[in-house]
Design a protein around this ligand. Structure first.
Ligand SMILES: Nc1nc2c(ncn2[C@@H]2O[C@H](COP(=O)(O)OP(=O)(O)OP(=O)(O)O)[C@@H](O)[C@H]2O)c(=O)[nH]1
Length: 533
C-alpha cells in the first residue's frame, strides 16, 4: 500500500520540531538515568557512610575508654600486689555490684603471669547478681567461655588491646598486662574487663549518636565494604567489625537505619525540574510553531494562493505586498509580474479577437458571440437576427484607387458601422476582407431591416468616391438578414448561411440594398434602396 505523506512546510516543521522535542526528552531521560540519578544515589550513600563512620568512631571511643580504664587499674601497685597475693583486702576494698553496674562492666578477670586465672568478678547475665570466683566453675560457669578466649589471647600475645568477643552475645573486651604504677619490672599478670553490648549499651549509643543502631553476629571474616539495603523511605546500612574468635572467623555487624528524606527531596525536586523542563520545551516548540505559522507559513500559503490566482481577499494581498521581508519582496515582484502578464493577456486577447486594420471584432469573436446569442435565444425562445454586410464592387475600388486607399476606405466604413452599433446597441464584426457581420439579439425582422438600412445610409453619408462603381459614384454596401427561425437546422452556422444567401440575393438584385431572408428564397423582401439605380 502506498502511504501518502504530506510534504507541506507545516508538516515538515511539525515533524522536525516534534522529532527535536522527542530527542531532547530522550536525552533528558538518558542524562537523568546515567548521570543525575547515580550522582544522587552516590551522594546518599556518601551521607550514609558518614553516619556509619560516626557510629564506628563512637564505638572506637567506647573501646578506648574501656582500655584506658583497664590500664588505670592494671598499672596500679595495689593491683600488682593483689595478683601476687600480697594484698588480700584488695577485692573487698575495690569491688562491688554497684561499681560494676556504674561502670557497666560485666566481667573483670585477673590472670597471674603464668596465664592462670587468679580472680574473677562479674554480674551474672542470667540472674543479674554480682559474683566473685577463683575458677570459672559452678556458679561462675557462665564466665568459662570468656575466660577461655582471654587465655587464648594471652597465649597469642593479644592481651594488650581492645577487641570484641562473642558467644551468644557480643561483648567489648579490653586487656593489658598488670604492671607497677611506675611501669617498672615485668608484668605480674593480665587484667581483662568486658562490657556487654546489650540493649542498655545500645540505647546509650543511640542517645549518643542520635541514630537507631542494631548489632548482629555474622559467621565469617568481616567484609571490608558496607552493606546497603533500600526500602521505601528508609535505608539500612551495615558496617562490619572483626570479632576476636580463635577458632572460626566471625564479625559484628553494626547496622543503622536512616530516613531517605534528603535523597527523596532531591529526587522530587529533580523530577519537578525535569517535568518543568519538558513542559517548557513543549511550550517553546509550540510557540515556535505558532510563530512560524504566523510569520512564515500563513503568508506563504497566502502567497501560494496569490500566485495560483485562487480565491484570495484583497486585504490579504495588501498585507502580503506591504511586508518588508522576503515574502513582501516576492509578493511585490509577483504582483508586478502579474499586472504585466494581465496587460499582455489583454493585448493578446484583443489581438486575437479584433481586426488589426479596422479595430472591429474579428470572425473569431463574432463566432463566439453568435454561439452565445444563439444559445440564449434558443433557450428563451427569443428572437435573433444576423446581418451580413459587404462593400459593393470593392475590387473595382481597389483596382482604381489602389490597395492602401482601399484600406482607408475599409477603416472609415468600419468606424461608421461601429458608431451606429454603439448607438443602437448591437454587435458588429469584420468577418472577411470587405465583409462585415452584425448580431442583433431581441430584434424583430422589421427592426433588423431598419438597422440594415441605417447602416447602408451611414455608409452612403460617408460619400467615399467610387467612380468605377456601376451602382453609385460613391461607396455603397449590400446587406442580407436572416432570423434564427429561418435556419432549418437551427444552428448558428445555418443562420449565417441564410444571411449569406440573403446577401447574395441583394447583390444579385443590383446591390446597395438590404434583403431579408424569406422561405422560400423566391419570396425574399427587398428594401427600398433597391429602387435606387
Ligand atoms: N484594400 C483592401 N482590399 C481588400 C482587403 N480584403 C479584401 N480586399 C479586396 O476586396 C475585394 C473583394 O472583391 P470581390 O470578392 O470580387 O467582390 P467585389 O469586387 O466587392 O464585388 P461584389 O462583392 O460582388 O460587389 C478583392 O479585390 C480583395 O482584394 C483589404 O484588407 N484591403
Amino acid at each position: 500500500m502506498h502511504l501518502h505523506i504530506p510534504r507541506s512546510l507545516r508538516f515538515r516543521f511539525f515533524a522536525a520540531l516534534g522529532g527535536l522535542l522527542i530527542c531532547a526528552i530522550v536525552a533528558l531521560a538518558a542524562i537523568s538515568a546515567l548521570v543525575i540519578f547515580p550522582v544522587l544515589q552516590a551522594e546518599e550513600r556518601g551521607a550514609v557512610k558518614r553516619e556509619l563512620d560516626r557510629v564506628e568512631r563512637s564505638f572506637q571511643l567506647e573501646q578506648q575508654q574501656l582500655l584506658a580504664q583497664v590500664r588505670d587499674w592494671a598499672h596500679w601497685d595495689d593491683t600488682y600486689q593483689f595478683v601476687q597475693g600480697d594484698y588480700p583486702r584488695y577485692k573487698d576494698v575495690n569491688f562491688s555490684q554497684e561499681m560494676f553496674e556504674d561502670m557497666r562492666y560485666q566481667l573483670m578477670a585477673f590472670f597471674n603471669k603464668a596465664g592462670e586465672v587468679y580472680f574473677l568478678a562479674g554480674i551474672n547475665p542470667t540472674t543479674g547478681n554480682y559474683q566473685t570466683c577463683t575458677t570459672p566453675n559452678d556458679e561462675c560457669a557462665w564466665m568459662e567461655s570468656w575466660v577461655n578466649r582471654m587465655q587464648a589471647a594471652i597465649e597469642e600475645d593479644k592481651a594488650d588491646q581492645s577487641a570484641i568477643y562473642a558467644d551468644q552475645e557480643p561483648v567489648m573486651v579490653s586487656s593489658t598486662p598488670i604492671l607497677r604504677t611506675d611501669r617498672s619490672g615485668s608484668p605480674a599478670g593480665w587484667l581483662f574487663k568486658t562490657r556487654n553490648l546489650d540493649d542498655e549499651w545500645l540505647s546509650f549509643m543511640e542517645e549518643y549518636t542520635g541514630l537507631p543502631i542494631n548489632l548482629s553476629l555474622i559467621q565469617g571474616a568481616a567484609s571490608s565494604s558496607d552493606a546497603f539495603s533500600f526500602s521505601g523511605n528508609t535505608v539500612h546500612a551495615e558496617r562490619y567489625l572483626p570479632i576476636y574468635s580463635p577458632l572460626t572467623p566471625a564479625s559484628l555487624g553494626i547496622g543503622i537505619e536512616l530516613n531517605r528524606t534528603s535523597y527523596l527531596t532531591n529526587l522530587t525536586t529533580f523530577r519537578y525540574v525535569l517535568l518543568w523542563t519538558a513542559v517548557l520545551m513543549v511550550l517553546v516548540i509550540a510557540v515556535v510553531l505558532l510563530l512560524l505559522e504566523k510569520i512564515v507559513l500563513k503568508p506563504l500559503r497566502l502567497l501560494t494562493q496569490f500566485t495560483q490566482q485562487l480565491d484570495i481577499h484583497e486585504t490579504d494581498v495588501h498585507k502580503l505586498t506591504r511586508r518588508n521581508d522576503e515574502i513582501g519582496l516576492l509578493s511585490r515582484a509577483f504582483q508586478e509580474h502579474l499586472t504585466c502578464q494581465q496587460q499582455l493577456n489583454e493585448e493578446l486577447l484583443t489581438l486575437s479577437t479584433h481586426d488589426a486594420l479596422t479595430g472591429l471584432p474579428n470572425r473569431r469573436l463574432f463566432d463566439q458571440r453568435l454561439e452565445t446569442a444563439f444559445n440564449e435565444a434558443d433557450a428563451t425562445s427569443g428572437s435573433l437576427a444576423v446581418m451580413m454586410l459587404d462593400i459593393d464592387h470593392f475590387k473595382l475600388y481597389n483596382d482604381h484607387y489602389g490597395h492602401p486607399e482601399g484600406d482607408v476606405c475599409l477603416q472609415r466604413i468600419a468606424d461608421a458601422m461601429h458608431s451606429l452599433a454603439q448607438t443602437r446597441d448591437f454587435f458588429i464584426a469584420r468577418t472577411g476582407g470587405e465583409e462585415f457581420c452584425a448580431l442583433l439579439p431581441h430584434t424583430s425582422p422589421d427592426k433588423a431591416r431598419d438597422i440594415g438600412e441605417q447602416l447602408s445610409a451611414a455608409i452612403d453619408d460617408l460619400q467615399i468616391p467610387h467612380s468605377t462603381s456601376p451602382v453609385k459614384p460613391f461607396v455603397t454596401i449590400s446587406a442580407g438578414i436572416a432570423m434564427l427561425q429561418d435556419a432549418k437546422s437551427q444552428s448558428p452556422s445555418a443562420v449565417v448561411s441564410c444571411a449569406d444567401q440573403a446577401l447574395y440575393l441583394a447583390k444579385e438584385a443590383g446591390r446597395h440594398q438590404v434583403v431579408l431572408f424569406r422561405q422560400p428564397l423566391a419570396s425574399t423582401e427587398i428594401s427600398p434602396h433597391n429602387t435606387s439605380p
